[in-house]
Design a protein around this ligand. Structure first.
Ligand SMILES: [Zn+2]
Length: 190
């Protein structure tokens, strides 16, 4: 029997510096602070038929700055905060490894995207990644979709590194709100 489950496009989002203020190895849920008006673009994406998936590198675990239990508590709190703003998050994935662990899940490697695609029936080719670092937008292209760099969080510093990359982002925007127009236009072309 063929699996006839309909695949859905997704908006993949980085966590720290993209959805919430970056605290450099945020290690307690009390430090979570969402960017203002974050719900508007996210609700718009849902309306357009995208799933919402958060993918975050959390090397603070490998570095022993905090535990997996703590990270899970922070992630749950974030999902709860978004839920209060009526935004449903379909999936949340993290990489607990460090840069030298050579894992398959640390962005820009695509382990988290593959896992999400399998578990949530996502069409990666029609999906987008939004984040404040070069490795985020490159992750989008690596999984077969596209990526946008936002200039929140580390974005302004990361912006300088784009010129050294062969792969450029679909767009570079000031905030998450501005990604809606970019993605809408691009998505309708395909
Ligand atoms: Zn990993």
């Amino acid at each position: 029997m063929k699996n006839k489950t309909k695949l859905c496009p997704a908006i993949f989002l980085d966590r720290d510096g993209t959805i919430n203020h970056d605290k450099n190895y945020l290690s307690d849920e009390k430090q979570l602070k969402l960017y203002k008006h974050i719900e508007k673009p996210l609700l718009k994406f849902r309306e357009m038929g995208f799933k919402i998936v958060i993918v975050t590198n959390q090397s603070g675990i490998a570095r022993k700055y905090f535990t997996v239990t703590k990270l899970k508590r922070i992630n749950s709190k974030l999902i709860e905060m978004l839920k209060k703003l009526k935004v449903k998050v379909d999936g949340m994935y993290y990489c607990p490894h460090g840069p030298n662990d050579n894992c398959d899940c640390r962005k820009p490697k695509i382990g988290m995207a593959l896992k999400a695609a399998k578990e949530l029936n996502i069409d990666l080719k029609k999906s987008y990644m939004i984040g404040d670092s070069v490795r985020d937008y490159i992750f989008g292209y690596n999984f077969g979709g596209k990526g946008i760099l936002v200039l929140t969080g580390h974005g302004k510093k990361q912006f300088a590194k784009v010129k050294d990359e062969k792969q450029k982002p679909l767009a570079i925007v000031r905030s998450l709100s501005q990604t809606v127009e970019v993605i809408k236009n691009d998505y309708e072309k395909n």
